[in-house]
Design a protein around this ligand. Structure first.
Ligand SMILES: Cc1cc2nc3c(=O)[nH]c(=O)nc-3n(C[C@H](O)[C@H](O)[C@H](O)COP(=O)(O)OP(=O)(O)OC[C@H]3O[C@@H](n4cnc5c(N)ncnc54)[C@H](O)[C@@H]3O)c2cc1C
Length: 292
């Protein structure tokens, strides 16, 4: 397994921002993953795994850690009866394709979530009333001490949250699906994707929802829209004119620009609605919203 140094992470994120990883490796099999985790442990270096970077804001100054991107066997998808067995690095799109080909439904909710299975388990990704917690049977979680299968309960999956910590890698996951005719699956996907296209900036560089929906009658997007933030720009980042809970890279954005927008959005939501918005996007490296 090859470890590269100072690899820019900007090209591995959908927003297209972020500095370099001190070390970077693409393990392709469980033994290579184990080797990578041991390599980092020997050097006292933290480990973070990235999927398709679709929910990720990486510090502009970079990440002092070994960053892993699972590939090969660790991104493979197989169908076994009504179980879909996927490597943590497998793209949702590939899983969905395999499930549909096998006449298995239940994964359709992920059709507009441009991430991997590992990233989906990490934050219990979901849409249209479905999420990973509802279909996950178990996930194989590896760390420097070994690997163990965990159930959704053991992973602490709830709304856009798990108890997983950096250094713990979702190497594989088993999800249970149910027989469904391929045409029905295709129709559901088309409908969900059309809804997305109508409401969200699907053709822009974003990292999906910026904030989790608060416990309030208004969603985070509606709240920020009411604050007059649609189109608000800082540096190269702007709050989407289409949907206020998205930040777009409008050209040459830095993660710091996105973070400054997030700070402004939180300040305004607190001022106008008394609501403290919590970010849904994952932050990697020394980066975080300053206190309100
Ligand atoms: C246009 C758009 C639409 C979106 N719509 C939705 C939506 O409807 N619902 C939704 O929930 N999300 C949505 N997202 C956000 C994002 O796609 C999901 O959160 C997705 O699950 C992230 O997966 P990823 O592989 O890209 O993870 P990354 O963004 O690469 O990483 C996210 C987090 O997961 C961790 N991680 C990734 N892989 C692993 C692994 N194998 N083991 C351990 N940790 C890992 C990372 O360390 C990081 O903390 C959207 C994003 C975009 C850009």
């Amino acid at each position: 397994m090859r470890v590269e140094e100072n690899v820019s992470l900007a090209r591995f994120t959908t927003l297209g921002t972020g500095g370099p990883a001190r070390a970077f490796a693409r393990p392709e099999a469980p033994d290579e993953l184990h080797e990578a985790l041991a390599w980092a442990a020997e050097r006292g270096l933290g480990v973070a795994t990235i999927g398709l970077g679709s929910n990720l804001l990486v510090a502009d100054g970079g990440v002092e850690a070994l960053v892993l991107r699972l590939s090969g066997d660790l991104a493979r998808v197989e169908v076994d009866g009504d179980l879909l067995v996927a490597g943590g690095g497998a793209a949702n799109a590939v899983c969905l394709h395999r499930a549909r080909a096998a006449g298995l439904g239940g994964f359709e909710f992920a059709c507009a979530i441009p991430g991997t299975v590992g990233g989906g388990v990490w934050m219990n990704a979901g849409a249209y009333g479905g999420d990973f917690a509802q279909i996950l049977v178990r996930a194989l979680v590896a760390d420097a001490d070994g690997a163990a299968w965990r159930t959704p309960e053991e992973l602490g999956l709830r709304y856009r949250h798990s108890e997983l910590q950096h250094g713990q890698v979702v190497a594989r996951a088993e999800v249970r699906l149910a027989p469904r005719p391929a045409e029905e699956i295709r129709a559901t996907i088309s409908e969900m994707q059309a809804q997305r296209k109508a409401a969200q900036p699907t053709n822009k560089r974003t990292f999906g929802s910026v904030f989790k929906n608060p416990d309030h009658e208004l969603s985070a997007g509606r709240m920020l829209e009411a604050c007059g933030l649609k189109g608000h720009r800082i540096g190269g980042a702007q709050i989407s004119p289409r949907h206020a809970n998205f930040i777009e890279n409008a050209g040459g954005a830095l993660s710091a620009d996105a973070l400054a927008l997030m700070q402004e959005a939180r300040r305004r939501a607190l001022e106008q609605f008394g609501v403290e918005l919590r970010h849904e996007v994952e932050l990697l490296g020394p980066i975080g919203p300053p206190p309100l």
